[in-house]
Design a protein around this ligand. Structure first.
Ligand SMILES: Cc1cc2nc3c(=O)[nH]c(=O)nc-3n(C[C@H](O)[C@H](O)[C@H](O)COP(=O)(O)O)c2cc1C
Length: 387
């Protein structure tokens, strides 16, 4: 599908299939095990119905708001995604530039293809950095220092990666490091020559944040590096220590439980980021929108609450904000666009979601983000019937 015919995020999902080999499409689209949680994210959002209001003066409708004191054009932020280089050589800088131009924020993944230093010039103060706890605390500390040095004001702790995920689509494609694809994948990859051309001529695929011998880690070195550095003992104590070390804003991603949310606030989190990793990690948990009300209650206004997982439409943002989220994050939508057409496509994906959000605000009769609350849900059943 050509870019001019693309009018929705789902159009980008379909279009991205023409630009990526099947094994990469499956890596992007897929979730853990039976993909029940991944589907639940969408199903639960779809089950919520909004209340249309009529004859509301919309001439001054504004979609802008603030997230941890930073202005954004709408409550939508790019979720951290590793390995964006695999979709398009523009990678993290392309997405960061498009996000900034759209008045949003870019969260740089701890497993990003590009280093923090590479992306920082394109994101300015709209850059948040994800931090992981590595076995050697010096590795984590040095990363924090690097974040400080490039002007990052908000760190996002990876809170949901302690256990290993099992994504069966990836296993079928032999997507280990190094990849061991079955013969069929050589044929399907050969049908995407533009991707092969980019792979051969574009930016080399690396895990840009980490180095061996002063050089960015190549993909085939990652397994070993991870095996040496993965820290399975990270706990709230590490979070508390990080809180001492870092005087900027601190967000924790991967919270799915009210008790954990309350603990995060008690340990000094400024933001609680509800996420089930888009259903990519643990396949036996609820949709993120379903746990949002209990987490908002537990946080009790002491921190901001964000949510990701299945956000594909502007009205999804209204639903999440209506249930108490300060903002939502989206991952795959921007990766679909990146794969389809690089930075201009990511910019268009932002515009699609922004226009849809504005339209949905108008339909629910809200003229500013602060006024979006539970009253946006359809009467008479309201939200309790759905969640
Ligand atoms: C290709 C890809 C890579 C991802 N890499 C990371 C990552 O490095 N760190 C992280 O915390 N989450 C990662 N995620 C999860 C996203 O941050 C986010 O939670 C998820 O994509 C939200 O669901 P959505 O894709 O339905 O919007 C990744 C997701 C995708 C699709």
């Amino acid at each position: 599908m050509r870019n001019k015919w693309i009018v929705s995020i789902d159009d980008y999902r379909k279009a991205s299939r023409w630009h990526l080999p099947k094994m990469i499409t499956d890596y992007l689209d897929g979730g853990a095990l039976d993909e029940i949680t991944m589907r639940a994210n969408r199903d639960s959002l779809d089950a919520l119905k909004l209340r249309q209001r009529s004859m509301v003066d919309l001439s001054n409708l504004a979609t802008d708001t603030t997230v941890l004191g930073q202005s954004v054009a709408l409550p939508l932020i790019v979720a951290p995604m590793g390995m964006l280089t695999i979709f398009h050589p523009g990678s993290d800088p392309a997405v960061a530039r498009a996000a900034v131009a759209a008045g949003s924020i870019f969260i740089h993944s701890a497993w990003a293809g590009c280093s923090l230093e590479e992306v920082a010039p394109f994101a300015g103060d709209k850059l948040w950095a994800q931090v992981a706890f590595w076995k050697d605390p010096a590795e984590t500390e040095s990363y924090i220092q690097r974040a400080r040095k490039v002007g990052v004001k908000t760190l996002v702790v990876a809170g949901d990666v302690g256990s290993a995920s099992k994504r069966e689509r990836d296993l079928h494609h032999g997507l280990s490091m190094p990849p061991k694809p079955p013969v069929i994948d050589y044929f399907t990859t050969a049908m995407r020559p533009q991707w092969i051309y980019r792979w051969l001529t574009g930016r080399k695929m690396t895990y840009g944040n980490y180095t061996i011998g002063g050089k960015a880690l190549r993909m085939n070195q990652m397994n070993q590096w991870m095996a040496n550095n993965k820290n399975s003992s990270a706990s709230w104590d590490d979070f508390a220590k990080l809180r001492q070390q870092w005087d900027g804003k601190l967000v924790i991603k991967g919270i799915m439980d009210a008790e954990d949310a309350a603990r995060a606030v008690a340990e000094g989190a400024d933001g609680v980021f509800i996420s089930n990793h888009g259903g990519r990690q643990f396949d036996a948990q609820p949709a993120t929108i379903d746990v949002l009300p209990s987490i908002v209650e537990a946080v009790d206004g002491k921190a901001e609450v964000y949510l990701d997982g299945g956000i594909r439409r502007g009205h999804d943002i209204v639903k999440a904000v209506g249930l108490g989220a300060t903002a939502v994050m989206a991952g795959r939508p921007f990766a679909y666009a990146l794969a389809t057409g690089g930075e201009p496509a990511v910019a268009k994906a932002f515009k699609i979601l922004h226009d849809e959000f504005k339209g949905a605000m108008g339909f629910v009769g809200k003229t500013n983000v602060a006024s979006i609350d539970e009253s946006v849900f359809a009467l008479p059943s309201r939200v309790n019937d759905y969640v």
